[in-house]
Design a protein around this ligand. Structure first.
Ligand code: SF4
Ligand code: SF4
Length: 453
C-alpha cells in the first residue's frame, strides 16, 4: 500500500500543468496539463488505478518518492536530518559585523547609536579561530552584515583572503554572502570580493528613484538610487563569471505600491533573463528600533498583501529569479542559523552572539550574547546559553503536517520560538509556494514527466 508523501507541494504551472515539489527527497517534477486530472486523483487516492495511463503515472510517482509505502514515518526522517544539520560538523556558519556604522539612514531601520569599527586584534583573533576550527568542518559559510560591511571593505577582503587560502589548503569549500546597501559595490570592488568567494549578495532598491531616495536616504547623497543602479549594471555588463547571485530586495511600503508594476517592468528589463540576478520580495515590517516609530505609516501590517501577489507571476514572466535571500528548496534552507550549534555572530568588538536582529535590544543582551573571542582565537562562550537557541525542542502546532517542514524543520526563528515563546508562523512559505514553483519552472528546475497512452 502506498500513500502520498506529506511533504509534497503541488502547484499549477503557467501552462496549466501540475508541478510537484518535495524538498525531503529533492524532487521537482512536472506533469503536462493533459495528465493533470489523473495526477491529482492518484495523489488523493493512490489505490484507485483504472487505466494504463494512470498506472504509468502511479509508477512515476512511486519512482520519484511522491508516493511512499504506508509505513514510512517521514517526520522521523526529517527530525533525524534536522539533528544532523543542527549538531553535525557539516558547516561552520559565521556572521561577521566589521562595523555597525552605515552611510544610509533608512526610515525602517532598527539600528542606531554610536558607531564602531572592528579592531585589528579582533580581525587577527578571527583568523586564529578559523585556523583552529575550520579543519573540523566540511564547509565554511561566512555572512557579512552590518551596519554597512563595505564601509570596512579592507576587513572583509582581509578575512576572506585568509579564509580562502586556509580552505584551499584544507580542501574545504568556502562560501561568502553579504547584505549590503550596494552604494560602494562598484564592479571593481565586486570583482575583488567575488575572487575571494563572496558569491551571494542582497542589495536593496526600494521602488523608483523617488521612493528609494525617500525610504532609504543616504547620509550625504540625495540620489543613492542612481549610484546603486549604475553599480549593478556595471556588474551585469563587466563581470562575465556566472558563479554569483545578486538578490535585488524591495521593501514594499504603501509609498511604493502605486509603482510596483513599473518596478517589476524596469528590473525585468534591466536584469531579466540573467540568472545571476533575482528579486527578493519583502514587506516593510516593524523590525524594531526607534526610527520606525516616527515612520509607522511605511509598515504594511494592516494591508491586504494578497492583491499584490499578482506581481509575483509577472516577475517570472520577465525572466527574473525569485529569491528568499538564500538557497531555496533545500533541507533546512529556511532554518535560522541561530538554531545551529555551530552558528555564531561575531560583532565588531569580538563579542559572540546568536541573533543579529536582537543585537540592538538591550533586554536581549543577556541571553543573546554568548561570550567573546579571545586573542588566541578561542570562543569563550556559555554553552548553556547556546543550548537555549539550539535544537528543535517542542515544535509549533501544525509544523509536522506542513509541506514546508523539511525546509524550516519548525525552526524559522528561534528568537520568537524558543527565547520569547511568542512564535506564530507567518505562513509566507505557503502563500508564495505556487509563485515560487512557477518561477523555478521558468528557471528550468522541473523535470518533465511524459506519460503516453
Ligand atoms: S514554522 Fe510554519 S512553515 Fe515551518 S513547518 Fe511550521 S507551519 Fe510550516
Ligand atoms: S533568531 Fe529570528 S530574528 Fe534572530 S536572526 Fe534568526 S530568524 Fe532572525
Amino acid at each position: 500500500m502506498f500513500k502520498q508523501s506529506r511533504y509534497n507541494l503541488v502547484s499549477t504551472a503557467m501552462d496549466g500543468g501540475v508541478l510537484i515539489t518535495n524538498v525531503l527527497y529533492n524532487v521537482n517534477i512536472k506533469f503536462p496539463v493533459e495528465d493533470g486530472e489523473d495526477v491529482k486523483c492518484i495523489l488523493k487516492e493512490p489505490s484507485l488505478i483504472n487505466t494504463e495511463k494512470q498506472r504509468k503515472i502511479y509508477d512515476s510517482l512511486v519512482k520519484n518518492k511522491i508516493l511512499l509505502p504506508d509505513d514510512v514515518d517521514e517526520k522521523k526522517y526529517v527530525d533525524y536530518k534536522c539533528n544532523e544539520i543542527i549538531y553535525g560538523n557539516d558547516m561552520l556558519h559565521l556572521t561577521i559585523i566589521p562595523t555597525d556604522a552605515c552611510n544610509f539612514r533608512c526610515k525602517y531601520c532598527y539600528q542606531d547609536g554610536p558607531k564602531h569599527v572592528m579592531k585589528t586584534e579582533t580581525v587577527e583573533a578571527i583568523k586564529c579561530y578559523l585556523d583552529k576550527n575550520v579543519k573540523r568542518f566540511n564547509g565554511l559559510f561566512i555572512s557579512w552584515y552590518g551596519g554597512e560591511p563595505l564601509l570596512e571593505k579592507e576587513i572583509v577582503i582581509d578575512i576572506m583572503q585568509y579564509a580562502k587560502n586556509l580552505c584551499r589548503n584544507l580542501q574545504v569549500p568556502l562560501y561568502g554572502q553579504m547584505t549590503t546597501n550596494g552604494y560602494n559595490l562598484t564592479d571593481e570592488v565586486f570583482d575583488e570580493l567575488q575572487k575571494n568567494h563572496v558569491l551571494s549578495y542582497m542589495v536593496t532598491i526600494d521602488g523608483n528613484k523617488e521612493t528609494h531616495n525617500f525610504q532609504r536616504p543616504h547620509v550625504t547623497d540625495k540620489d543613492s538610487y542612481t549610484v546603486i543602479l549604475s553599480n549593478l549594471k556595471a556588474i551585469r555588463d563587466k563581470i562575465h563569471r556566472n558563479n554569483f547571485r545578486i538578490g535585488i530586495r524591495i521593501n514594499i511600503s504603501p509609498e511604493i505600491i502605486p509603482y510596483l508594476n513599473d518596478y517589476v517592468e524596469f528590473i525585468g528589463k534591466e536584469f531579466g533573463n540573467d540568472k545571476r540576478f533575482g528579486i527578493i520580495w519583502e514587506w516593510v515590517k516593524n523590525w524594531g528600533g526607534e526610527r520606525i516609530c516616527s515612520n509607522y505609516d511605511l509598515v504594511m501590517e494592516s494591508y491586504d498583501k494578497t492583491q499584490y501577489e499578482r506581481y509575483l507571476d509577472k516577475i517570472t514572466e520577465k525572466g527574473l529569479r525569485m529569491d528568499r535571500g538564500q538557497a531555496l528548496n533545500r533541507l533546512g534552507s529556511e532554518m535560522c542559523i541561530a538554531s545551529r550549534k555551530n552558528g555564531f555572530l561575531i560583532n565588531y568588538d569580538g563579542k559572540v552572539y546568536k541573533c543579529a536582529m536582537a543585537l540592538f535590544d538591550s533586554d536581549m543582551e543577556q541571553i543573546n550574547c554568548l561570550g567573546k573571542i579571545d586573542s588566541s582565537g578561542n570562543l569563550l562562550i556559555d554553552d548553556y546559553k547556546n543550548s537555549m537557541w539550539v535544537g528543535q525542542g517542542a515544535i509549533p502546532d501544525g509544523c509536522a503536517e506542513c509541506g514546508h517542514y523539511p525546509e524550516c524543520m519548525g525552526l524559522l526563528c528561534p528568537l520568537t520560538m524558543k527565547i520569547k515563546n511568542r512564535f506564530v508562523c507567518p505562513h509566507n512559505l505557503d502563500k508564495e509556494q505556487s509563485y515560487f514553483a512557477r518561477n523555478e519552472e521558468k528557471m528550468g528546475k522541473f523535470q518533465i514527466i511524459e506519460v503516453s497512452d
